[in-house]
Write a protein that binds this ligand. Structure first.
Ligand SMILES: Nc1ncnc2c1ncn2[C@@H]1O[C@H](COP(=O)(O)OP(=O)(O)OP(=O)(O)O)[C@@H](O)[C@H]1O
Ligand SMILES: [Mg+2]
Length: 270
């Protein structure tokens, strides 16, 4: 019997209205940030989404995480339709999926100490006593290559790479079934990028994630199923899945469709 995918996204759409007027706001247009994206992720699998800047990768990731409510389409996570769930249902689902954000400078609350940032989800979901949470957070800091003594530091006391490690530790804290990484290394320099990617790769054996790499072939490696959201032929050639027959998405963003048409006629630079 075929195993049900962990995450299924069908015809996902997210449109942002463009309005005019201050008191009586009138919609004069729409930014179609995500338009008809479909894909699925199995348990233990990593899906990489590649695309040019502004093609809708972060918006798609936020919709999957239900940080944004989709305009259309359907998201099924672990057998449950989460497209429009709210309240307690959404709260329960949030424990199962976590996100590593694109910007390590903006994604950590500057007023909170690292221990509190990493342990927040554990506290919110009541996953242990204060002492247990502290021990768990210190273990996590060690797992991601930081010093457990960094527990009481503030985010500004860390470098960009260290901050992103804090973001990874936060995402791992509740042992989620799905981790969405939104270009987790795009704001970092090359040597630190390698450290974070190696860390994610090491953690891949226990985690499941959608990774949104920057559009570079070298990062789209084995064990990562990659499809272009809007990118060059070089990235679509990097489609190298953990399973033998990759399933390209049924749809994608508007730019991706254009890119696929273009890539069918162009030669790969890879
Ligand atoms: N809140 C919003 N209101 C209006 N338009 C938005 C909003 N958020 C994103 N957009 C638009 O949606 C499009 C997709 O943005 P998104 O941030 O998802 O791109 P991206 O693929 O992640 O880009 P990058 O690689 O630079 O991070 C962009 O054109 C952006 O201007
Ligand atoms: Mg983005």
């Amino acid at each position: 019997m075929l195993e049900e995918p962990l995450l299924t996204v069908e015809n996902l759409e997210k449109h942002f209205p463009i309005t005019r007027g201050i008191i009586f706001q009138k919609e004069i247009g729409r930014v179609r940030a995500v338009d008809g994206v479909s894909f699925s992720v199995n348990k233990g699998e990593t899906l990489g989404v590649v695309g040019e800047s502004g093609c809708g990768k972060s918006t798609m990731a936020r919709c999957v995480m239900r940080l944004l409510t989709p305009t259309g389409g359907r998201i099924t996570f672990d057998g449950q339709d989460i497209t429009s769930i709210k309240g307690n249902d959404l709260f329960r689902v949030r424990r199962e999926m976590m996100m590593v954000f694109q910007d390590p400078y903006a994604s950590l609350n500057p007023r909170k100490r690292v221990g509190s940032i990493v342990g927040e989800a554990l506290e919110v979901h009541k996953m242990g006593t204060a002492a247990e949470i502290k021990r768990k957070v210190q273990d996590l800091l060690e797992v991601v290559g930081l010093n457990p003594e960094h527990y009481n530091r503030f985010p500004f006391e860390f470098s960009g790479g260290q901050r992103q490690r804090i973001g990874v530790a936060r995402a791992l804290a509740v042992r989620p079934k799905l981790i969405v990484c939104d270009e987790p290394v795009s704001a970092l320099d090359v040597s630190v990028q390698a450290q974070i990617l190696n860390l994610l790769k090491r953690l891949q054996t226990t985690g499941r994630c959608i990774r949104i790499p920057a559009p570079s072939c070298r990062r789209c490696r084995s064990r990562t199923r990659t499809w272009p959201a809007a990118a060059s032929r070089s990235c679509s050639r990097a489609m190298c899945p953990a399973r033998s027959t990759p399933r390209p998405p049924a749809g994608s963003t508007r730019a991706a469709r254009a890119s696929r048409r273009a890539s069918a006629t162009s030669r790969s630079p890879c």
